[in-house]
Design a protein around this ligand. Structure first.
Ligand SMILES: [Zn+2]
Length: 243
């Protein structure tokens, strides 16, 4: 069984949405009207969160997040986090931090795992260790850090999981080094479809999860069926009773 830890199902082209999924997925919604939130497909777990780059987008609110958490419609809160790729200033930092805190509190209240997004925001995440430790599980989507940083989160008591996607098939050295050195029972894989295209393509697609696992299997020297089995067990541990 394949598990894709991070995808945006409703943002992939309609024709692709019609195809059977190659994996069970955790799809991230940002829009409260996102159709995946009411899909009812057991292979599709949903998360909802306020992405740091679109905190002011219409219709998105912490109230919606509370409603979805309370109704049991979502299996995780996210993606949310820190993004200073396009620069930073005091005001931006404060706003992202305030929304980060609020979403952690909601995740804790409803015992939901979180899906974190960090671009140039690892230092900010380290500052939030106290909050992160209270959460049932913390998925670092498209893990941007080093193995040492990942180990440091674990050592400080964060129940962290590190998800790797198309950067490993694009041979990004940092992602590959982290994948190889983090504990195997903390590893997940993802496509982030449609947002992280493999070389020469315009978007990533759900089917790319197969290539990501193949590459993972090669890099870790673990046969693919065995790796699938291990990661599936990890996902079941994060989402008890949901997978
Ligand atoms: Zn994403």
């Amino acid at each position: 069984m394949l598990f894709d830890a991070h995808i945006h199902l409703s943002e992939i082209p309609k024709v692709e949405q019609g195809r059977p999924l190659p994996a069970s997925v955790l799809t991230s919604a940002h829009d409260p009207e996102d159709p995946s939130l009411s899909l009812g497909d057991p292979a599709v777990l949903c998360s909802y969160g306020l992405h740091p780059l679109w905190l002011d987008a219409p219709g998105r609110s912490l109230e919606t997040l509370v409603k979805l958490s309370a109704s049991g419609q979502i299996s995780a809160v996210g993606e949310f986090g820190f993004d200073f790729y396009h620069g930073r200033d005091r005001e931006k930092e404060k706003k992202q931090r305030d929304f980060f805190h609020a979403q952690c509190v909601i995740a804790e209240r409803y015992r939901l795992p979180v899906v974190l997004h960090a671009r140039r925001g690892m230092a900010e995440l380290f500052n939030e260790t106290t909050l992160l430790k209270k959460l049932s599980a913390v998925i670092f989507h498209c893990y941007p850090g080093t193995a040492e940083e990942g180990q440091a989160f674990l050592k400080r008591g964060v129940n962290g999981f590190f998800s790797f996607g198309t950067p490993i098939i694009k041979n990004y050295p940092r992602a590959i080094a982290a994948l190889k050195r983090l504990p195997l029972d903390r590893i997940l894989f993802e496509t982030d479809a449609p947002f992280q295209p493999p070389h020469g393509r315009e978007m990533s697609l759900p089917i790319d999860i197969v290539t990501v696992y193949e590459k993972g299997s090669e890099l870790l020297s673990i046969p693919r069926p065995e790796l699938e089995h291990i990661v599936w067990g990890t996902a079941q541990g994060i989402f008890p009773g949901r997978l």
